[in-house]
Design a protein around this ligand. Structure first.
Ligand code: GLU
Length: 303
């Protein structure tokens, strides 16, 4: 059933592919061809379906926040909730103003300031947070070839003035323990992970499957934590378009400015789409439409 639905979605979104600007504030991302489109579905029963450029690696950017957050949840959940909130921000992902009037406590773990605090927490319990994340996603995706794209990380670091401002702001409120430079370096590197739709569908399956993946013994996170991550993705995973995404797609989802979106159908599947052209809010334009069609055609939304 899923393959014919993916075929139908692929035909329907053709006019949208290439619409919307590609992210250019990270110069290295500006050169990605806008006419790409890939989609993959991984079911909890173990079947994989794909279409288009689903095996081509792209810059996952903010989607990495899911995996860094899972690491922190497993090892330091109480610490997270002492230092980060659980409410949607209603602001752009790299907004500074809210952080000031809320005294350096980020609204949620999926905006940049929240991700910096989560990264800082992971750095406090592991010697090499970059290696730790790479090992996790390789294991989750069952693909040892996954790599960081250090060119992308360097490109972002050279132009990441706003993120540097946010991190310094957090430090001034004593909500970062590590040095600002090393948190930013770790964060930019995490964001530079290059993965395909197929990799990401496999890697995010644990969120559809109560915190476990079938090909690994032991839970990544507990079932109630997986529930919590999905709830946060629903309310906070797609920047200040989370309400629109919930209305149109009806699933928890996390997007990145590289044009990828991960959506979770709890108990059933993970669904990943990639197309680099973005909406004004920074989400993949064709990707959102593809996911909207997916839930319309399968009936697999939460509502
Ligand atoms: N590395 C990007 C940034 O911090 C990630 C943004 C995103 O994908 O939302 O600006």
């Amino acid at each position: 059933m899923y393959q014919s639905i993916l075929n139908e979605i692929y035909d329907s979104v053709q006019p949208l592919i290439g619409q919307g600007p590609v992210a250019s504030y990270i110069p290295r991302l500006a050169s990605v061809p806008a006419d790409k489109f890939g989609m993959a579905v991984q079911t909890v029963e173990g079947s994989l379906y794909q279409i288009g450029d689903a095996e081509e690696a792209f810059s996952i950017q903010s989607i990495s926040k899911i995996f860094v957050f899972a690491l922190a949840l497993k090892h330091a959940e109480d610490e997270i909730w002492r230092r980060v909130g659980r409410e949607p921000s209603g602001r752009p992902f790299n907004s500074l103003v809210q952080l000031e009037y809320e005294n350096g406590v980020p609204r949620n773990p999926f905006i940049n300031s929240g991700a910096f605090v989560v990264t800082d927490i992971v750095m406090s319990f592991t010697r090499d947070a970059k290696r730790r994340l790479l090992e996790l996603v390789r294991m989750l995706a069952d693909n040892r070839e996954i790599q960081y794209d250090y060119e992308v990380a360097r490109s972002e670091a050279a132009h990441g003035h706003r993120n540097a401002a946010l991190a310094n702001f957090l430090k001034s409120y004593s909500n970062l323990r590590c040095e600002v430079e090393s948190v930013l370096d770790t964060y930019f590197t995490h964001c530079s992970l290059a993965m395909s739709c197929v990799d990401l569908a496999r890697a995010s399956l644990f969120l559809a499957n109560g915190g476990c993946v079938p090909w690994h013994d032991g839970a990544i996170i507990r079932p109630e934590q997986a529930k919590g991550v999905n709830a946060l993705l629903m309310t906070c995973g797609t920047y200040d378009e989370a309400g629109d995404f919930a209305y149109r797609v009806g699933l928890p989802g996390k997007s990145g400015v590289g044009g990828g979106i991960v959506a979770i159908v709890p108990g059933h599947a993970s669904v990943v789409v990639w197309s680099p052209g973005l909406t004004p809010g920074g989400n993949s334009l064709a990707g959102i439409r593809a996911l909207e069609l997916f839930t319309a055609l399968t009936g697999l939304s939460l509502f």
